[in-house]
Design a protein around this ligand. Structure first.
Ligand code: NAP
Length: 259
C-alpha cells in the first residue's frame, strides 16, 4: 500500500540479512566503542579511518567476539574517496542502513591567533565530511526505505567554547545539517539525529593540560568524565528499529555539563 507517495516496500533484494552500519573514525576512541557496540547489536559493521593497523586490531576484536565486520582505510577529508567508499559498501551489500559520522579533529586556539588553515581543516573533517556522507548514504537508505543517520556533535557546538571557534562552528553546523536532513528525508523512512558528547576520555581529551581537566570536572553534575561506552549506548538506541519515531534531535550525553 502507498501512503502519500511513500511505498514502504524495499525496492532491492538485500545481499545480506544484517543491517549494514558504517562508522567513521572507528580506529580508536569514541568511534571504536560505537563500532564494537553496533557489531554486538548484530549489525554488519564497516569501520572507516586512516590508521590501517588500528582498524585491523578492531576487526580482530569484533570477529573474535562473534561479530560481523570489515574495515576500510579512508580519509574522510577527501570527499570523493569518502563517497566512493560508501557507494562501494552499499552496492556490494545491496543495502546501507546506518551511517555514523564520528571522525573528528581539533585545532584549538584563540580566535585572534587562529589561522584560516586551522579553521578550514576542522570544518572539512568535522562538518563537510558528514555532509558528503549523508548525501551519499541517503540514496541506498531511501532504496531500502530505512535509514539511521547519526552525526557526533559536541557540547561545544551547543554552548561554544573559548579556544574552539572552529570546532564549535563545525559542531553547531552539524546540528543544522542534521535537522534539515531529518525534515527532507523523514518521509522516506530515514531518521537523522545528533549525539552531543560532553567531556569523554579519549586521545582527543588526554592531550589537554591536567589543569584544564581538573577545572572541568566540578562543572559536570555526574562528577566523572564520560567513556566511549556512554556514547555507544546512545548510538545503539538511536540506530535501533525502535527509535523510528525519533528524528532531528540533539541528544546530549555529557553528564549534565551542558545544562
Ligand atoms: P579521537 O580519539 O581523537 O579519535 C578520532 C577518530 O577520528 C580516530 O578514529 C581517527 O582515525 C578519526 N579521524 C580523524 N581524522 C580523520 C580523517 N581525516 N579521516 C578518517 N578518520 C579520521 O577522538 P574522540 O574523542 O574519539 O572523538 C570522536 C568524535 O567525538 C569526534 O567527532 C569528536 O569531535 C567528538 N567528541 C569528542 C569529545 C571528547 O571529549 N572526546 C567530546 C565531544 C565530541 P585515524 O586517525 O585512524 O584516521
Amino acid at each position: 500500500m502507498i501512503w502519500g507517495g511513500y511505498d514502504p516496500t524495499p525496492k532491492k533484494e538485500y545481499v545480506i540479512e544484517k543491517r549494514v552500519a558504517i562508522v567513521t573514525g572507528a580506529s580508536r576512541g569514541i568511534g571504536r566503542a560505537i563500532a564494537i557496540r553496533l557489531a554486538a547489536d548484530g549489525r554488519h559493521l564497516v569501520g572507516f579511518a586512516r590508521n590501517a593497523e588500528q582498524l585491523e586490531d578492531l576487526r580482530v576484536e569484533i570477529t573474535a567476539a562473534g561479530g560481523s565486520c570489515e574495515m576500510k582505510s579512508c580519509d574522510v577529508g577527501d570527499g570523493a574517496a569518502l563517497a566512493a567508499a560508501i557507494e562501494e559498501i552499499a552496492e556490494r551489500h545491496g543495502r546501507l542502513d546506518i551511517m555514523v559520522n564520528n571522525a573528528g579533529i581539533t585545532r584549538d586556539g584563540l580566535i585572534l591567533r587562529m589561522s584560516d588553515e586551522d579553521f578550514d581543516d576542522v570544518l572539512r573533517i568535522n562538518l563537510r565530511s558528514a555532509f558528503v556522507a549523508c548525501r551519499t548514504a541517503a540514496r541506498p537508505m531511501m532504496r531500502g526505505r530505512f535509514g539511521r543517520i547519526v552525526n557526533i556533535g559536541s557540547v561545544s557546538g551547543i554552548m561554544g567554547n573559548a579556544g574552539q571557534a572552529n570546532y564549535a562552528a563545525a559542531k553547531a553546523g552539524l546540528i543544522g545539517l542534521t535537522k534539515s536532513i531529518a525534515k527532507e528525508l523523514g518521509g522516506k523512512g530515514l531518521t537523522a539525529n545528533v549525539i552531543a558528547p560532553g567531556f569523554i576520555e579519549s586521545d582527543m581529551t588526554s592531550a589537554l593540560p591536567a589543569a584544564l581537566r581538573e577545572a572541568v570536572l566540578p562543572a559536570i553534575p555526574l562528577k566523572r568524565f564520560g567513556t566511549g561506552n556512554d556514547i555507544a549506548a546512545a548510538v545503539s538506541y538511536i540506530t535501533s528499529d525502535e527509535a523510528g519515531y525519533v528524528t532531528g534531535q540533539v541528544l546530549s550525553v555529557d553528564g549534565g555539563l551542558g545544562m
